[in-house]
Design a protein around this ligand. Structure first.
Ligand SMILES: [Zn+2]
Length: 158
């Protein structure tokens, strides 16, 4: 079923088909104020959608309901399918935490963790032995951040 329609989407479909680069491919059309590429969508109840979601849809299949399409490259206007992955809202949130993309004004989220550090925190955490508080101190983040990191693996995949 063709739910997307516009010349922009023809560009998108053709570009996706011939992509042979690891570089970011920026959406050359209108962007949302948030920086995501903007496309018009018919038949979905909403008339607008993001270009990177459309790119994912065309290259890898429909995006499961309620899921986000995230960027590994962190470039919001990028539509290279190689840089796109589907995540739960919580994973998307964690992705933002890991990349230090949370609002600057909030000191709790200013810490930038690498993916390796997040894995390490998960590996190190042992209830009642290695506490979240200890890990928070070790990595210079808050206990609630440790909590999010630790529990992300075991829940919220409904
Ligand atoms: Zn990219």
């Amino acid at each position: 079923m063709q739910i997307y329609c516009s010349s922009q989407l023809h560009w998108l479909q053709q570009t996706i088909r011939i992509i042979k680069t690891d570089q970011c491919i920026l959406w050359p059309f209108k962007l949302f104020p948030s920086g995501y590429g903007q496309v018009h969508v018919k038949g979905t109840g909403t008339t607008q959608n993001t270009a990177h979601r459309a790119a994912y849809h065309f290259s890898k299949g429909a995006v499961p309901k309620g899921m986000y399409v995230c960027h590994t490259c962190d470039v919001r206007a990028c539509i290279n399918p190689a840089h796109l992955f589907v995540g739960t809202p919580r994973e998307n949130f964690m992705d933002a935490v890991i990349k230090g993309r949370m609002p600057r004004g909030n000191r709790h989220w200013n810490v930038k963790l690498t993916t390796a550090q997040v894995e390490q925190i998960r590996a190190e955490y042992k209830p009642r032995v290695i506490t979240m508080r200890a890990l928070a101190k070790k990595y210079g983040i808050t206990s609630s951040q440790v909590c999010l990191i630790v529990h992300n693996r075991t829940r919220c995949y409904s």
